[in-house]
Design a protein around this ligand. Structure first.
Ligand SMILES: Cc1cc2nc3c(=O)[nH]c(=O)nc-3n(C[C@H](O)[C@H](O)[C@H](O)COP(=O)(O)O)c2cc1C
Length: 283
């Protein structure tokens, strides 16, 4: 089931979503029987300095989904490169490192050091809803400046993670012109929740966002030719078929992993069953 995606050859079109699969190696240690069926592993977003993230509460159940306001908790670049990345490299699939910088120089430092450390692709998290200030992609000048700087300086494939609600089509067209290799749509959708009488802002994920992301993927596909990875509420092979029809060529699984860290295996089994059923009906 090998696929070409943004210059990389992936052994399957399935990837874990950033932030829903730790640094990529934990599931094998924590859960017996988890299968290595990923086309690549995507890490939690890495920042230059370690981050504690937001104080609790950080995760809320929602109708048909989850709301989170984790706020990019991670170990920081030094620990990632020295301790986490060597472990990830032992997996038999490429590593896509999700990154975030506070300013263009920080973005460049993170990207350059990860390029030197042999990351197979970088996913620029320009759409996190859980930081102070606005989602970066809403400031198109800032967003373009970061992407231009990284594109000029780094040969590593650059994927950009956008959200499905902040002008995703115009933005994707601009990103394609700037030379990015692929679009990942969508990050969690900015939202708010009342928890015990206090309103918290966060990001909505899971099946609740799928119809919104499906529309964005379809509309983006009509305007750009680089690859699109769909991310939003995928938990079954039928979701994969929907996104494939809309024009995605890779499928990124997030919230479903919180329930079942081996979700990709059950999706692949559903796919095999469907192919077999088709074969039997034709025979
Ligand atoms: C608990 C949690 C943490 C997340 N952390 C990140 C992150 O660090 N970086 C990022 O780009 N997206 C992060 N996301 C967003 C997911 O990568 C994904 O874009 C989103 O969950 C939509 O996919 P889904 O509907 O399959 O969950 C996080 C999502 C959740 C639920």
């Amino acid at each position: 089931m090998t696929v070409k995606f943004g210059n990389l050859t992936l052994s399957s079109p399935y990837l874990p979503a950033s932030g829903c699969y730790g640094y990529g190696t934990e599931a094998w240690k924590l859960f017996e029987g988890v299968t290595l069926t990923w086309g690549a592993v995507t890490t939690k977003t890495i920042t230059l300095k370690p981050r504690q993230g937001n104080a609790p509460p950080r995760i809320f159940e929602a109708e048909n989904g989850v709301i989170n306001r984790v706020g990019l908790q991670n170990c920081g670049l030094d620990i990632f490169i020295n301790e986490k990345f060597p472990e990830i490299k032992k997996l038999s699939c490429p590593a896509v490192i999700s990154i975030f910088g506070e300013n263009p120089d920080e973005w460049l430092e993170i990207a350059s050091r990860l390029g030197t450390a042999a990351a197979q692709a970088l996913e620029l998290n320009l759409s996190c809803p859980n930081l102070k200030g606005e989602v970066v992609t809403r400031d198109r000048k800032k967003c373009s400046a970061v992407v231009k700087k990284l594109r000029n300086a780094c040969s590593v494939p650059l994927w950009v993670k956008i959200n499905a609600v902040d002008s995703p089509v115009d933005l994707s067209m601009e990103l394609e012109k700037l030379g990015v290799d692929a679009i990942v749509c969508s990050n969690s959708i900015p939202c708010a929740v009342n928890f015990e009488g206090k309103i918290y802002e966060g990001g909505l994920t899971g099946p609740a966002i799928k119809p919104i992301v499906l529309k964005a993927v379809r509309q983006i596909r009509q305007k750009i030719s680089i690859d699109i990875a769909a991310c939003g509420g995928i938990s079954s092979y039928s979701d994969v078929e929907d996104y494939s029809l809309a024009g995605a060529s890779a499928f990124v699984i997030g919230t479903a992993l919180l329930k079942n860290p081996d979700a990709v295996n059950s999706i692949m089994n559903q796919q095999k069953e469907k192919i077999l059923r088709k074969g039997n009906n034709n025979g």
